[in-house]
Design a protein around this ligand. Structure first.
Ligand code: HEM
Length: 117
């Protein structure tokens, strides 16, 4: 199923579909509307609602879905995600997090030893 360029959805657009009446999830760069599947999902509606409007690729893979679940995906397909849009839920790369944490630590140490450093 090749998506037309105009059909591409942004992460922001998907994030607006985050309620029991309107629930979209992203799985492996594809957007799915699972609103009508909430009550039928064997894993329960709560887990889908927790992922509503977000990228649930990892959760989907970790749940160990079999081929039946994968075949069902087509039924709920909406569009591809626009890969050039930023995923607001993605954390910065690990080295950036470490750099940020050590900078904060240094500021705290300097602040608690005024004049000594
Ligand atoms: C359109 C998307 C999805 C479909 C079609 C789907 C379908 C299914 C199906 C058919 C099963 C039964 C087991 C199997 O056949 O593999 C299942 C189980 C499960 N699903 Fe999903 N699922 C979807 C999304 C998700 C997401 C996003 C999550 C997590 C955030 C999730 C979590 C689970 C869990 C934890 C189970 C296991 C339940 C158990 O064994 O008690 N599913 N799902």
């Amino acid at each position: 199923m090749g998506a037309d360029k105009k059909d591409l959805k942004t992460h922001h657009e998907v994030s607006l579909h985050n309620s029991p009446n309107d629930c979209w999830v992203i799985i492996n760069a594809k957007v799915y509307d699972v609103t009508n599947f909430l009550n039928d999902h064997p894993g329960g509606d709560e887990i889908l609602l927790a992922a509503a409007g977000k990228d649930a690729s990892e959760e989907f893979e970790e749940a160990g879905h079999g081929s039946a679940a994968r075949l069902m995906l087509d039924e709920f397909y909406v569009a591809e995600i626009n890969p050039s849009t930023k995923n607001p839920f993605l954390q910065p790369p690990f080295h950036q997090q470490i750099f940020f944490k050590s900078s904060i630590k240094l500021i705290i140490i300097k602040a608690s030893h005024p004049g000594k450093m």
